[in-house]
Design a protein around this ligand. Structure first.
Ligand SMILES: [Fe+2]
Ligand SMILES: [Fe+2]
Length: 366
């Protein structure tokens, strides 16, 4: 493909001279000659050039002004510009280079100098274009790969939550609703965006530890004996064991795949796993300190676990269980209301009550 070069000079005789001496280049260059900077600016704005040769002294808009305007056109910022000047003033050269000109030639222009200079500029432009076209797909591929990894990660987290639910009771979309309830309450509490997004993804994993509880206890109809209840309580610690980060144990597994080493680095904690682990451990703690496994009270219970405790209880009460019908919403709210200050954090309960319309709407969606 021919290289496109634009020549700009207000003197027709100069343009004719350039056209004549460069006649031999027509096989490899497509040359366009314009007699003022305005026409040049229009041409550059409308179509791509591989190089521009411009006279400094022109009426109305001089070569410097044109250069300045060209450098502000998106897509023309990197076109090499050769300035032609009749003056031997070193300030002109310095100013042109400072403004982004590629080089200068003095009038009268010699054919060999001009051809050599333009060939240099065109070669540099070709290299630059090649690097750009190679980089664009690489960047896009990298972005697509990161997006794919993110989707895979969320997909795995989601399925992990489903595993826990599948072993327990079949309550429809309990884990989806707990995620949404928790998000809505956290929004009402005015928590930060990162916290809310992480909570939304982490809360469905609250009962992941139940996969370590024997069927005879997990699926038992009726009350658990005190011994059985002790076993049941272990689902919190089992959940933490599943969710806690253990890079040493994971390294051989990760190294067998095509995972970049920086991803395997244990320098940064995964905030999602950290929150999921915290919720798994503390979602059965109670505000008055009578919960399990550690008997934490009040603000000692992580806020994410206090939010999930309420959203989980609300969804469980409003859902059918194998051993009972779903409670009416009014009955569920009454049950929860009686536990404020005992089981539930009063401040979170207030946010929950303020959000009830949104929470109710979720039952129609999931
Ligand atoms: Fe639980
Ligand atoms: Fe639950």
């Amino acid at each position: 493909m021919k290289k496109r070069i634009l020549f700009v000079d207000d003197e027709p005789s100069v343009l004719e001279g350039l056209s004549r001496i460069l006649h031999g280049q027509r096989e490899v260059w497509e040359m366009c000659f314009v007699a003022n900077a305005y026409a040049a600016f229009d041409q550059i704005s409308q179509s791509g050039f591989d190089a521009i040769v411009v006279d400094v002294k022109m009426p109305c808009m001089d070569g410097f002004k044109l250069l300045e305007k060209v450098r502000n056109i998106e897509g023309a910022k990197d076109i090499p510009v050769l300035i032609i000047t009749g003056e031997a003033d070193s300030h002109i050269k310095q100013r042109a280079l400072d403004m982004g000109a590629t080089d200068l030639l003095s009038k009268p222009v010699k054919k060999d100098d001009l051809v050599a200079q333009l060939n240099n500029m065109l070669r540099a432009k070709s290299c630059q274009d090649e690097i750009f076209t190679q980089n664009v797909p690489t960047d896009r591929k990298a972005e697509e790969r990161i997006a794919d990894l993110e989707i895979s990660r969320l997909d795995v987290i989601w399925r992990l939550g489903k595993v826990a639910e599948y072993r327990d009771y079949k309550t429809g979309n309990h884990i989806v609703r707990v995620g949404h309830h928790s998000r809505i309450i956290a929004e009402e509490l005015g928590m930060g965006r990162d916290f809310i997004e992480t909570l939304f993804l982490a809360s469905p994993l609250h009962d992941i530890g139940k996969i370590g509880i024997p069927d005879a206890i997990l699926l038992k109809q009726g009350r658990l004996s005190p011994e059985e209840f002790e076993v049941m309580k272990q689902h919190c610690a089992i959940g933490v064991e599943i969710l806690r980060e253990d890079f040493e144990a994971m390294k051989p597994f990760l190294a067998s795949g095509k995972i970049p080493s920086r991803v395997i680095s244990d320098g940064d904690k995964n905030p999602l796993l950290a929150m999921a682990s915290s919720i798994a451990m503390s979602h059965h703690e109670r505000w008055d300190g009578t919960g399990y496994p550690h008997g934490l009270a009040g603000d000692k219970i992580p806020i994410e676990a206090r939010i999930v405790a309420l959203s989980d209880a609300y969804d469980a009460l409003c859902s059918i269980r194998p051993y009972r019908q779903a409670y009416l919403e009014s009955e569920s709210l009454e049950c929860i209301g009686k536990e404020v200050g005992k089981h539930f954090d009063p401040r979170i309960h207030e946010a929950f009550v303020r959000s009830i319309e949104k929470l109710r709407a979720l039952f129609c969606c999931y």
